[in-house]
Design a binder for this molecule. Structure first.
Ligand code: GLA
Ligand code: GLA
Length: 706
């Protein structure tokens, strides 16, 4: 039930523990401070970080020099290496061999290419697991996995932890003064698998003990009186493993998600502590997964220097749905105080694994997506991978080059881009996305919805996208903020389906509105407290007063017969998923339901409160026009002037800073397009001045600056 997919690819397709002794308190809340953001360009010696993921260990050494020369010719100045090379770096227990990696670095460095080295814990060597079979994680039925695949370890196994400490210490000692090594990537895509062995159970119990102090407090918080599940000793607390009917207490499950996220952070911190102690000058990052839901990245990322993530737009998407990678970029940026980040794996070819194919994209798209990353705040783009593997599960996962190393069309595109990022460095330096609108994304809410499905058509990410996509269609930059984040920079905050609400969050939102902000809440808000316990206040619970509405009835739309419509200014829009039937208090009714027994009841309200206003959208309208219309009005009311409204399939985004505005126009379509940008821009690549209607070629990009 709870088994997470062990690789990112399948995660997207499927969309849907450290020394056990230490469970630190959750890290301090993030602030919006941009005072000392990590500067990726300065870190890379004043160059935009432009790279490829490189696996020299899988190719004959005679090839390395040719590779490095081809990389240099394409403008590449960065590689990530070694994250799956544990067996080669430690061929037998305690005997480390870095000679091959030294040689690869020498060849690359001679061509002006520096490296981030991955700590290799994601794929332990066969000898290690053979000696200590208990390193393998245990599934929820009590069966241990066996050797093979990757991400197969128990985070609390002492023999595994000792081996990880050994290899990480050896790498740190060996490379601490190496000028060609810029820093480290910890592990690879942390967040799986869940392990259900006794060590992990003990770690969860310890986490609960640290959080609650007493069993009484646990029993109270989780409401274990239900079905008489009261615990009288710590070892009785179970993991959410297989049970009859597959159900657990949702409060226990929410704490389990928090524990698992914290345990991943602890495992990462075990490594960062070693690296920082031995090699304090090197920077640390981790390759993350956008909207992946097992980890609260806003918490994890307090432990690393800068955010990096892995972006594969063609896993399950069509070309024009640029808002999918767009939201993921913005969430990744928001997970560390809106600081600029890098893409550690940018799709460089067709995705494919043993059992599936992604979609093929025109080669030009690999440039468009790289520019999209930059537009959303990336100061580095690293393509996965330099060359398609001849071996293993990823033989169909195309790199920039294919196995034959022929300088193909993707290589030509990567080379063009390499030339351009060199020229754009000065324009980009000191700029970042600036937004007046934020989307509030709550990991607790996401987990609570995963634990108890709302209705089959509900998707938390889908709700986020309804509003996010509309804002982007209107040319508006969007920040993602987490509940502990600073809300003060924003004029408008959209908080879709904010299911789990703490008193502190309710207070923050109230202050935001009192100060003049516009807040958009949507159906199923304020239902659960921080323990995933249902509120005993009238819905939307702690947000009811702020929203100025009461909800005494609701209608889950379990099938088509229950589908609704929402009527706004005489216009009927289809609606589905859920209806909160709103009883306005001080709030005014802006739209009503169009069908069924509650036709005419309020479906959308606005409450003027303090200097601001709160909108409550009781359902999920199924029409982009509805969102465009609603949000256009809210933006206007907040005094926000949207950017140029682009045609379909065109994205506009801006970065600002150092007295400049950089405007990106990105064409995801196979047709020529144009966008009216107004006056005063020059083209950052051609330096010619530009105003009025700007032409975009098919799958083309324009970077304008003023
Ligand atoms: C992930 C992993 C890479 C690789 C790619 C493609 O992003 O980090 O090692 O497996 O997927 O499958
Ligand atoms: C059965 C059980 C009750 C309750 C209801 C609703 O009737 O006897 O305890 O669980 O179903 O689920």
């Amino acid at each position: 039930m709870r088994l997470r997919l062990v690789f990112f690819a399948a995660f997207l397709i499927a969309l849907s523990i450290l020394s056990p002794a230490v469970v630190p308190a959750r890290a301090p809340a993030q602030t919006a401070s941009r005072s000392k953001p990590f500067d990726l360009i300065a870190w890379n010696g004043g160059q935009f970080v432009y790279g490829v993921d490189y696996y020299p260990e899988a190719w004959n050494e005679s090839r390395w020099e040719k590779d490095a020369a081809m990389m240099q010719a394409a403008g590449i100045n960065f590689v990530r290496m070694a994250e799956f090379a544990w067996a080669k770096m430690e061929p037998t227990e305690g005997h480390y061999d870095f000679a091959w990696l030294d040689q690869a670095l020498k060849v690359l460095n001679a061509h002006g290419i520096k490296a981030v080295l991955g700590t290799p814990s994601a794929s332990p060597p066969a000898w290690l697991m053979a000696k200590y079979p208990d390193i393998a994680a245990m599934d929820e039925n009590g069966v241990r996995y066996r050797y093979g695949s990757r991400r197969n370890y128990c985070m609390h196994n002492p023999n595994f932890l000792a081996a990880v400490r050994g290899i990480v210490t050896a790498m740190a000692e060996h490379y601490k003064n190496h000028p060609g090594v810029l820093g480290w990537q910890i592990d690879n895509e942390l967040g799986s698998p869940d392990c259900y062995d006794s060590l992990c159970q003990a770690a969860f119990q310890k986490w609960c003990r640290t959080k609650y102090g007493s069993l009484d407090a646990v029993n109270k918080a989780w409401g274990t009186i239900f079905w008489g599940h009261t615990y009288s000793a710590w070892p009785q607390i179970p993991l959410p493993w297989n049970t009859l009917y597959g159900v657990h207490n949702p409060s226990l499950e929410l704490d389990y998600h928090r524990y698992f996220s914290d345990a991943n952070r602890d495992f990462l911190v075990m490594q960062t502590d070693i690296l920082r102690r031995i090699a304090p000058a090197k920077a640390i990052t981790h390759n993350e997964m956008g909207l992946f839901d097992a980890i609260d990245y806003s918490h994890l990322n307090t432990a690393i220097d800068f955010v990096a993530w892995d972006n594969y737009p063609m896993m399950d998407r069509n070309l024009a749905s640029y808002a999918n990678p767009g939201l993921a970029h913005d969430l990744m940026r928001g997970s560390k105080n809106q600081q600029n980040f890098m893409v550690m794996e940018e799709e460089g070819g067709l995705p494919g694994w043993n059992t599936f194919w992604g979609h093929q994209a025109p080669p030009e798209m690999y440039r468009v997506w790289a520019y999209q990353a930059i537009a959303h705040g990336a100061d580095g783009v690293c393509y996965f991978r330099w060359r398609t593997s001849r071996y293993g599960t990823e033989q169909y996962w195309q790199g920039v080059l294919d196995q034959d190393s022929y300088p193909n069309a993707r290589y030509a595109v990567v080379k063009q881009m390499g030339n351009e990022v060199k020229r754009l460095k000065d324009v980009l330096e000191g700029t970042h996305p600036v937004s007046q609108v934020a989307l509030l994304v709550s990991p607790d809410t996401r987990w609570a919805f995963n634990i108890q499905t709302l209705v089959k058509d509900f998707s938390y990410n889908g709700q986020l996208h309804r509003y996010y996509d509309s804002l982007r269609r209107q040319g508006v930059n969007v920040d993602v903020v987490f509940p502990q984040g600073d809300l003060s920079p924003y004029k408008v905050i959209v908080a879709p389906s904010l299911f789990v609400v703490t008193p502190e969050l309710a207070r923050k939102l109230t202050d935001f509105v009192a100060g003049g902000g516009a807040l958009v809440l949507t159906y199923r808000s304020g239902v659960k407290d921080e323990h995933n316990v249902f509120t005993d206040q009238t819905l939307p619970g702690p947000l009811a007063e702020l929203a100025g509405v009461a909800i005494h009835e609701y209608d889950p739309q379990v099938d088509e017969a229950s589908h609704q419509e929402i009527v706004l200014d005489g216009q009927h829009y289809p609606a589905k998923v859920w209806s909160d039937i709103l009883t306005p208090g001080p709030a005014e009714t802006l739209a009503t339901y169009g069908k069924l027994y509650y036709a005419g009841s309020a479906a959308l309200t606005r409450n003027r409160s303090g200097k601001g206003s709160v909108y409550y959208v009781g359902t999920e309208p199924d029409s982009p026009e509805f969102y465009d219309r609603l949000l256009a009005g809210i933006l206007q009311g907040a005094g926000i002037t949207p950017g140029p409204r682009p045609p379909d399939g065109i994205e506009v985004a801006t970065r600002e800073g150092s007295g400049r505005t950089v405007l990106f126009l990105l064409n995801y379509t196979a047709a020529k397009q144009s966008v009216d940008v107004g006056q005063g821009y020059r083209d950052a690549l051609s330096s010619s001045s530009t105003s009025g209607s700007v032409e975009l070629p098919e799958f083309g990009v324009r970077v304008l600056v003023k």
